[in-house]
Each structure stands twice: as structure tokens, then as C-alpha cells.
Write a protein that binds this ligand. Sequence first.
Ligand code: ZN
Length: 75
Amino acid sequence: MVERQAIHAVHADDHEELLERLGLLESFKSGELVCGNCERPVVEHGLGLVRMNDAREIEVACAEATCRKSDGREG
Ligand SMILES: [Zn+2]
């Protein structure tokens, strides 16, 4: 597994604000933003995790327990 830097562990309450700040809110709502783990639209289960990868790209995981814990780190 590649090293990743968790930039935020988000709670459901403030995920929209975070996504908006990252410019991802529209993609999230339209279903274009997919979970990096299960590759389903994040909006289906809600946002579980947002982080930045080595390429400085934002990666997201949905709120499915298996997805948000796949990195072994949260909060
Ligand atoms: Zn997922």
C-alpha cells in the first residue's frame, strides 16, 4: 500500500463544507465522485474519508465500513 497523508477525517456534518472547499461538492452530488476503494459513487453511502495521495490528488472513500477503514487510519 502506498503511503498516504490523511488530510482530514470528516464527519457527516461537515463533509459538504469540506467538499465545497476542495471543489468537489458538485461531483459528489452528481455521483461523479467515486469511492477510491469500491469505485461506487460516494453519494450512495455518503462520504467516509478524504485524503491526499502522493500525486497530490484528492482521494475519497465512501462511508461503507470496509472502505473508510481500508487505509487503517481514521480520525
Ligand atoms: Zn466505497
